[in-house]
Ligand binder design. Structure first.
Ligand code: GCU
Length: 138
């Protein structure tokens, strides 16, 4: 089945701001993380049943330096310091996918910057079934 998209500009933002100053984003904008460790975006996603899901984050990183983030589900870090490497420029978006396990009902999915540079620009996350996505990166 198709993945479900959650726009970053509609999520809970801690130390970041919705921005539109680059091209190629989906929805009405993207999140520009404040350049501090600990800045995060948290998505609330409903799952019909407990089980595995793929989590794909669409991001841009116009610097030459990785912008790693911890990914947590319902308060537990499930992937530490996931790499969000440079993209060609801030208008060029790339995707990173990790496999996660969701509970039935409401899930809190958080992407938290682990370095003082903050996170990459984040456009959206997509939740899908593991079988209908690209290969997971870790
Ligand atoms: C630039 C860019 C922003 C980006 C920021 C950063 O200011 O225009 O979109 O978020 O760099 O380094 O995080």
């Amino acid at each position: 089945s198709a993945a479900t998209d959650y726009q970053a500009e509609d999520a809970l933002i801690s130390q970041g701001a919705v921005a539109t100053n680059h091209t190629g984003y989906s929805g009405s904008g993207f999140v520009d993380y404040t350049n501090v460790k600990g800045s995060y975006v948290e998505f609330t996603a409903d799952a019909a049943a407990a089980g595995p899901a793929s989590l794909t984050l669409r991001y841009a990183n116009g610097t030459s330096t990785d912008r790693p983030m911890d990914l947590s589900v319902n308060g537990t870090v499930v992937a530490s310091a996931v790499s969000f490497p440079a993209t060609a420029d801030w208008n060029t978006w790339a995707s990173r996918t990790v496999n996660v396990t969701l509970k039935a009902g409401s899930n809190k999915i958080r992407a938290t910057a682990t370095t003082a540079a903050g996170g990459p620009n984040l456009d959206r996350v997509s939740l899908g079934t593991p079988s209908d996505t690209q290969a997971p990166t870790r």
